[in-house]
Design a protein around this ligand. Structure first.
Ligand code: DAH
Length: 397
């Protein structure tokens, strides 16, 4: 580079200096075409300390000089461009073409072929730079991306904690499978229930003492949080004709205080079979089969008479404690037996309320408390554990 040309010069000053002693000696052509005239093509690179000037006059000193000798992309240029390393650098170079073409209008007609050729050559060179730079940018972007996204495969992985089925669902799913295997289907109904289905249609009128044991949350006089899934008996009978064979699992509510065996929210599974000629022995057979499938073939069951307003006759089914085989132990609280469900023959009034003719059809129903099954099954002595969502507890099942 000429000594008179200094890095701190403005572009205009450089131009000035180059007049006296042309800076360009077949060496540098970079970036912006500042102006084009018959004798001069001023090309500089914006922002580069190596801004240079090329004059056609200078070029024509050696008419045999090849463009590649005259127009060289030196390492410095690469450096400058690489430094921009972004779209802007490419855009700057792209502008050169445009401005060079703009300048052609000032060139005399007879000079145009020469100047045009010059510009084309410069342009070709610059296009090469642009293409090269595009590749450099793409490569740099890729390298950056690879760098940024490097994964150290030797680092220990983050542990993915996979949840487990809740014990209530484990048993519920087993129970569903057993009943589906026996030809039952699954029915679902509302937890916010009409007093009619929860009580009235089940033969529990407003003044019936059974309401005392099933106090609940009243939404209004006629709408309650259901205290039992038994209301599903009537809902299902209204919806489909016998033969009916369903179970209806779901949440139920009672205004009970929380303790080891009570919760204001718990789960029941209702069962209902209605057909011609259904008898108490069918109920006993199905429930005994169910108990054996759930607790093992050697499970012993017994039925005790009981009272429910919506079944007649009614019974409760106990299973013999598997731990002590009836002798009495802490698991069965010394009883030797554990009550797991209530059931009976559907009361004729309830059949009628469901639109089924009791002279033609009979049926049995049962209600199972899910929590009880689960606690007995997994030997859990406090019901609250089932609702606390403590992973230390839940991960044991
Ligand atoms: N719904 C009763 C309760 O919550 C349980 C029950 C007893 C359901 C007898 C029945 C049944 O279907 O027949 O205590």
């Amino acid at each position: 580079m000429s000594e008179e040309i200094r890095d701190d010069m403005s572009f205009a000053e450089m131009l000035e200096a180059s007049e006296a002693k042309p800076l360009y000696a077949g060496k540098i052509v970079k970036a912006k075409v500042i102006s084009v005239s018959p004798t001069e093509c001023v090309v500089g690179i914006d922002g580069s300390k190596h801004t240079g000037v090329v004059t056609l006059r200078e070029m024509s000193h050696d008419p045999n000089a090849k463009m590649e000798d005259l127009v060289k992309v030196d390492d410095e240029l690469d450096l400058v461009v690489v430094k921009t390393n972004d779209q802007e650098g490419v855009d700057t170079l792209s502008r050169v073409r445009f401005e060079a073409q703009k300048g052609m209008k000032d060139v005399a007609a007879e000079e145009r072929p020469v100047v045009g050729q010059m510009i084309n050559d410069v342009r070709a060179e610059i296009e090469t730079i642009i293409d090269k730079q595009k590749a450099v940018i793409a490569e740099a972007a890729l390298a950056h991306k690879l760098e940024a996204e490097t994964i150290d495969v030797t680092l220990p992985g983050e542990e993915v904690v996979i949840g487990k089925e809740h014990p209530l669902n484990i048993v519920l799913n087993e129970l569903k499978e057993i009943f589906i295997g026996l030809g039952f289907s699954i029915a679902e109904g509302p937890e916010v229930e009409l007093d009619h289905y929860n009580f009235e249609a089940l033969n529990i009128p407003k003044d019936h003492p059974a309401r005392d044991t099933q106090d609940t949350f009243y939404i209004s006089d006629n709408v309650v949080l259901r205290t039992q899934t038994s209301g599903m008996q009537v809902r299902v009978m209204e919806q489909k004709k016998p033969p009916i064979r369903i179970i209806a699992p779901g949440r139920v509510y009672r205004s009970d205080a929380v303790d080891a065996t009570h919760s204001p929210l718990f789960h029941q599974i209702e069962g209902l079979v209605v057909d011609k000629g259904i008898r108490m022995s069918d109920l006993k057979g199905i429930l005994e089969l169910f108990a054996k499938k759930l607790y093992g073939e050697d499970t012993v069951v017994r039925f005790r008479p009981h009272h429910f307003p919506f079944t007649e006759p009614s019974a409760e089914m106990d299973i013999q404690c598997y731990r002590c085989h009836g002798a009495g132990c802490p698991l069965c609280k010394g009883e030797g037996w554990i009550e797991i469900l209530g059931g009976g023959m559907v009361h004729p009034k309830v059949l009628k309320n469901g639109g089924v003719n009791p002279d033609e059809y009979s049926g049995f129903a049962f209600g199972i408390g899910l929590e009880r099954l689960v606690m007995f099954r997994f030997n859990i002595d406090d019901m609250r554990l089932l609702y606390e969502n403590d992973l230390r507890f839940l991960s044991q099942f």
